[in-house]
Design a protein around this ligand. Structure first.
Ligand code: FES
Length: 320
């Protein structure tokens, strides 16, 4: 049941900005990597069973490499610290195939992309795709200072080539101000698609500013959970294909219960943001707590993230 991994080799490590490096990963065995679309991420399998999700930043047509950018997080639980301090060119590591929870609507009449800090990673991939498709777009990109802004050079070149489409904002430079999200959203046409990636405060302001917009036109990438996981237990999970029933106890997630019963259910973030643990729901009513499914997908009850979501019904039948 676990997800197959791919072995890659670090081809190069590049300084992109203060405390941000990019890493070019090539297939160890040569050949091509699985295709991906703008907004996709991969999970890096790190020592001590750590698994971390990173968005792909290179153009989506590339099959010979994946490029990720990693900020050395001062509050790192070990992932970004290991990558910055230990991962070197020539090292090999295991990754999961790309998965996209933040897909680009390529045929939108206009796309508004809003970024704070390292949130640029999926958005830069999207911008390159929109340029390739010759679509209408605008980018609002904020960082503390010029020195801390990743991919400043290519984005400044894009700004020069597409006047009026790129707004670069430096909060801590003299006269700097946070992005005025309400004004950016208010100016966008009613049918525009709006995207945001960045720190929690920016995402919250974006959610507020876009409350009146159609939900399928609003796209947000979360890096951490907003809702507490459902660990109340008291229900039974039936795995239809395996013909196994497992009772989920108080204090456990479904993932905990499955793994406790020796079932090798795939997972990565364990907090509802990466989508690795998604399972199809055949019967029952999940108690959704993840940040992956849209409101419409939650209401459809066709799938759920078993690392954080629980059950509102006494029994959940999953396609596993
Ligand atoms: S493991 Fe990441 S969403 Fe469940």
């Amino acid at each position: 049941m676990s997800t197959a991994t791919i072995t890659v080799q670090v081809k190069s490590v590049t300084f992109e900005a203060e405390r941000i490096n990019s890493y070019e990963l090539r297939p160890r065995a040569g050949g091509e990597l699985p295709p991906f679309t703008a907004g996709a991420h991969i999970d890096l399998k790190l020592p001590k069973a750590m698994s971390r999700s990173y968005s792909l930043v290179n153009p989506q047509g590339e099959r010979h490499r994946y490029v990720i950018a990693v900020a050395h997080d001062a509050a790192s639980k070990g992932g970004s610290r290991f990558i910055h301090e230990r991962l070197r060119a020539g090292d090999t590591l295991s990754i999961t195939p790309p998965r996209n929870n933040f897909a680009l609507t390529e045929n939108a009449r206009h796309s508004v992309l809003i970024v704070g800090g390292i949130g640029i990673t999926p958005i830069w991939c999207m911008v390159q795709r929109l340029v390739e498709l010759k679509r209408s777009w605008e980018l609002h990109y904020s960082a503390r200072t010029q020195q801390s802004m990743a991919f400043l050079e290519p984005i400044a070149a894009l700004q020069a080539a597409h006047p009026g489409r790129v707004v670069l904002n430096f909060d801590l430079e003299p006269g700097g101000q946070p992005l005025d999200l309400a004004a950016i959203v208010a100016r966008a046409a009613d049918d525009a698609h709006l995207y945001c990636c960045g720190p929690a405060g920016l995402l919250e302001s974006f959610e507020q500013a876009t409350q009146q917009r159609p939900r399928d036109h609003v796209h947000v990438e979360y890096f951490s959970a907003r809702e507490a996981p459902a660990t109340g237990g008291g229900f039974t999970v039936v795995l239809a294909k395996s013909n196994v029933s497992i009772f989920v106890k108080d204090g456990e997630s479904i993932l905990d219960a499955l793994r406790g019963a020796g079932i090798d259910a795939p997972f990565s973030c364990a907090e509802g943001v990466c989508g690795t643990c998604e399972m199809r729901v055949l019967e029952g009513m999940p108690d959704h707590r993840d940040m992956v499914l849209t409101e419409a997908e939650r209401a459809a009850n066709k799938s759920m993230m078993i690392c954080c979501s629980g059950s509102k019904s006494e029994t959940l039948v999953l396609d596993a």
